[in-house]
Write a protein that binds this ligand. Structure first.
Ligand code: SF4
Length: 393
């Protein structure tokens, strides 16, 4: 009578933050066992050197190819996308089940004596007539366990080598997919998450859901309202106030106060830059009496956007934009042109969004009314004041 097969199913890659989970199902041929030299070499995979594990792996493959194989095994891989979709416990079971199904093509079901499964997940496999035995930390106990564990581990290590060559920045050879300090440091922002990361795993999910930082140049309190309200859910906003174009100083102070009030209501951080009004007059020299939207205004947009881009660069914030385009009185094409130029110069990205569309202006009027935010009645510089009766330096 045939000695029954003793099958062991093991996995590698359950705990890491990325990559597939790999399972192997293995049994020796009880009628044709490998020679004692190999059997004596097989040990707990953790106690073997990488080189030794690879040697045993190669030998086991060789023996499985014989006409009367001394060992039967199969490996199944479930990728990180499926891990995210069905969760790791189910993905692990699926890898084990598929490895088992393939192994059952090589041996008869009725010849199986026992099936041992690593870890205490109490998986059941419809494909089997026997109930599996679950062994926690089983890969330290018997020969089949060690062999199955070596197969799964070396197979996954070989995948690691391939991925390491595809993602050199990931330092896979260093952290072997686990959440080491090096791996945590690498995942500084969501652009670092690769196609092999398990995005359902909390440390990766946290990075993925982290809001991108954005510098938002503010031209006045009312124009800051709706951009802040709508963008703050998606971005980690820092507002930047640089508006030396506003005169007189008491009007500047009034507008600055309105802006700070909006930031406080919306709980947004802000930076106020100096009131270098002389710089404004220097920039627009000889252009003072050009009409609104013309050369004087181009200089005015440009100086404020240039300073904002510099601040974004200084703060290490890649994405920026400005509320300057909220007002229908500003030249959108010119604004976009300056944004493009300053972004290219500083390697920044700007959020090309026309705040004036989709009722943003009407919503801002409503917001200011409800929150008692001061609304100005002229653009900002002395030249834009229609009635200069009240003008006072
Ligand atoms: S009119 Fe407005 S945009 Fe033009 S220069 Fe004066 S403050 Fe600047």
């Amino acid at each position: 009578m045939l000695n029954k097969y003793k099958i062991w199913i093991d996995e590698a890659g359950r705990w890491p933050w990325l990559g597939p989970v790999v399972a192997s199902a293995l049994c020796f041929n009880p009628e044709n066992l490998p020679d004692k030299v190999l059997l004596n070499t097989i040990n707990d995979s953790k106690k073997l050197t990488e080189k030794k594990r690879e040697e045993i792996f190669t030998q086991l493959i060789e023996l499985s190819r014989w006409e009367n194989p001394q060992v039967y095994f199969w490996v199944w891989v479930v990728d990180n996308f499926q891990v995210d979709e069905i969760n790791i416990k189910k993905a692990n079971k699926e890898a084990m089940r598929r490895a088992l199904v393939e192994l059952l093509r090589k041996i008869k079901k009725e010849d199986i004596g026992s099936v041992l499964v690593d870890w205490n997940d109490k998986y059941t496999f419809e494909e089997l007539d026997v109930q599996p035995i679950y062994v926690v930390w089983g890969d330290g106990k018997v020969l089949e366990i060690w062999a199955a564990s070596i197969i799964a581990k070396v197979f996954r290590d070989k995948l690691t080598d391939t991925y390491a060559s595809l993602y050199p920045d990931l330092w896979l050879e260093n952290h072997k997919w686990y959440g080491t300090k090096k791996h945590i440091d690498y995942l500084s922002d969501k652009s670092k998450i690769t196609g092999i990361h398990r995005i359902s795993y909390k440390p990766v999910k946290v990075v993925l859901e982290k809001k991108e930082k954005m510098l938002l140049h503010i031209c006045c309190g009312p124009d800051a309202t709706i951009p802040i309200v709508d963008l703050k859910w998606k971005y980690d906003i820092t507002c930047f106030w640089y508006d030396p174009n506003i005169q007189p100083k008491k009007e500047y102070d009034k507008r600055l106060k309105a802006f700070i009030k909006v930031c406080e209501i919306e709980n947004i951080s802000y930076i106020v830059w100096e009131y270098d009004v002389e710089n404004f007059f220097r920039e627009i020299k000889w252009l003072e009496h050009t009409p609104e939207k013309w050369e004087k205004c181009s200089k005015c947009y440009d100086m404020r956007l240039r300073r904002s881009a510099l601040e974004a660069e200084k703060l290490g914030i890649k994405l920026w934009t400005s509320t300057l385009n909220t007002s229908p009185h500003k030249d959108l094409e010119k604004l976009f042109k300056y944004w493009d130029e300053h972004s290219a110069e500083k390697w920044l990205e700007f959020l090309k969004i026309a705040f004036r569309k989709n009722n943003w202006f009407l919503r801002s009027v409503e917001y200011c009314r409800e929150n008692n935010i001061y609304r100005q009645n002229y653009c900002g510089c002395v030249y834009s004041i229609k009635d200069k009766g009240d003008f006072n330096w």
